[in-house]
Design a protein around this ligand. Structure first.
Ligand SMILES: [Zn+2]
Length: 473
């Protein structure tokens, strides 16, 4: 008897991290049931002729601002933008108010965001109190995020107390994270160094406008050498502790960071992974002069970032989504040291990625490795997610490598209402986003319902009881 599938995606080029071939994908009960075909019996069919079908893209650096700053973004608008942008899975950050650093606040965040999500997601637990890490892990945190930083005027990470600047506490957080088997994702810094030198050479001299900020970036002050020095200490503590370290904001730091990660990974065999920020490769001096304070993710050395991908130093690519309102950031033209720092990215990420494929910077297989397969492995969800194996969740992004898009403020679903990339063209676009077999975006239009996206616990979560749906492979 012929099996009748729920969905068949037909005639596309199926593309994984290692191969591409023409095949149909059959979906049953939200999972990939078969690859090959033809599969004649299906309730729904999607024609992917001329398109590529990839394991759904992940975006692992989202600030959806809930709870506490929902005037900037909320979990509904953020994950809608993700769906529109061809992203099937998001990981959300922790600089919320209240911040999810205790079981109570983590559970509160889980409950708040669940009815709003358009795509599947995971939540970092906030690393602040070593004693709460185990409870966060059991409650399903995907990893422990640590802000080893504090902005020079404390406008970031908005909640100054989230900054873990004491290396003893940082080390205890690493111990606790290691003991539960999760990884620690860290924004490194040496804030006193940054503060002292930035005040000395800029703020105290009245040099605060956007040009001065860019100059301070070029000098390695703002989010510069302090980040690399913070990384150096952290790598060592992580190594002697034995915790898995996920290094955030690579590409935005001076290139010395790549050298340290290379040494840790390849000479010492340390369990370290690096998250590369695509904005550091896309931004140019002209773009930065045009966009001004709406992005802080300015370029450092784009070619070094591309080399980090080629050399295996960078494991994951993101286009960080850290939205603020225009009213908050536009005063940065006059005083960039006093405005919150961020930029948009979750909706623009996949077209930018496909554009890089068209430019020959990456293959589509590389894109799948960096933005689907490897993140799923790092966070322990592979092959249930981030793969096209039979039995995996049917998370698929269908992409048209020939379609051209121009980024416009008016097309953005983020609450900010603007894109950092206004007017920029990309060749390559997602045309369909499928999460566990359900179409959540078709031809740029979000068609899924809020609340469909499912919370996906990390590997240290307490197993679900028999009355709730199975969540682990
Ligand atoms: Zn961030």
């Amino acid at each position: 008897m012929t099996q009748t599938y729920d969905l068949v995606v037909e005639s596309g080029t199926v593309t994984t991290a290692s191969a591409s071939w023409k095949a149909d994908i059959a979906v049953l009960d939200g999972k990939i049931a078969a690859i090959g075909g033809p599969f004649p019996a299906a309730h729904r069919r999607i024609d992917a002729r001329g398109m590529h079908v990839v394991p759904g893209f992940w975006h692992v650096h989202c600030h959806f601002r809930e709870p506490g700053h929902t005037y900037k973004e909320d979990f509904g608008t953020g994950t809608r933008a993700a769906a529109a942008g061809g992203v099937t899975f998001c990981i959300d950050m922790t600089n919320n108010d209240p911040h999810p650093t205790t079981l109570e606040t983590f559970e509160m965040k889980k409950a708040l965001v669940a009815p709003k999500a358009h795509v599947d997601y995971a939540l970092y637990g906030g690393g602040l109190y070593p004693r709460t890490v185990e409870a966060l892990a059991k409650a399903g945190a995907i990893g422990i995020k640590v802000f080893n930083t504090r902005h020079i005027k404390e406008v970031y990470p908005y909640i100054s107390e989230l900054g873990v600047l004491d290396h003893g506490i940082l080390y205890e957080l690493y111990e606790a994270t290691r003991d539960v088997g999760l990884g620690a994702a860290v924004h490194h810094d040496d804030p006193e160094w940054v503060k002292r030198l930035t005040f000395r050479d800029y703020i105290d001299k009245g040099r605060t406008d956007f040009a001065a900020y860019l100059d301070s970036r070029r000098n390695g002050y703002m989010y510069g050498h302090g980040m690399v020095a913070g990384l150096a200490a952290s790598l060592y503590y992580a190594r002697i502790c034995g915790v898995r370290l996920h290094v955030l904001h690579c590409g935005l730091m001076p290139v010395g960071a790549f050298e340290m990660i290379r040494h840790a990974k390849f000479d010492l065999g340390q369990a370290v992974t690096a998250e590369l920020d695509f904005a550091s490769m896309l931004n140019t001096p002209e773009q930065e002069a045009k966009v001004g304070p709406r992005t802080c993710f300015t370029h450092v050395d784009p070619e070094a970032s591309w080399a980090a991908i080629r050399d295996g130093i960078a494991d994951v690519l993101v286009l960080e989504h850290a939205p603020h309102t225009a009213e908050e950031v536009d005063p940065g033209w006059q005083d960039m040291f006093s405005v919150p720092l961020g930029g948009t990215g979750v909706q623009e990420f996949v077209p930018m990625l496909l554009n890089a494929v068209n430019q020959g910077r990456l293959t589509l297989n590389d894109a799948v490795r960096l933005c689907s397969e490897t993140p799923a492995k790092i966070f322990g969800l592979h092959p249930r997610k981030g793969s096209l194996e039979v039995g995996a969740d049917a998370d698929l992004t269908i992409v048209d490598l020939d379609r051209e898009v121009v980024f416009k403020h008016s097309d953005m679903l983020s609450k900010t209402g603007y894109t950092v990339w206004e007017g920029m063209k990309a060749k390559g676009a997602p045309v369909c986003t499928i999460v566990r077999g359900a179409t959540v975006m078709r031809e740029g239009k979000v068609v899924g319902e809020p609340g469909y996206g499912r919370f996906t616990p990390g590997i240290a979560a307490t197993p679900p009881s028999s009355t709730t749906p199975a969540v682990s492979a």
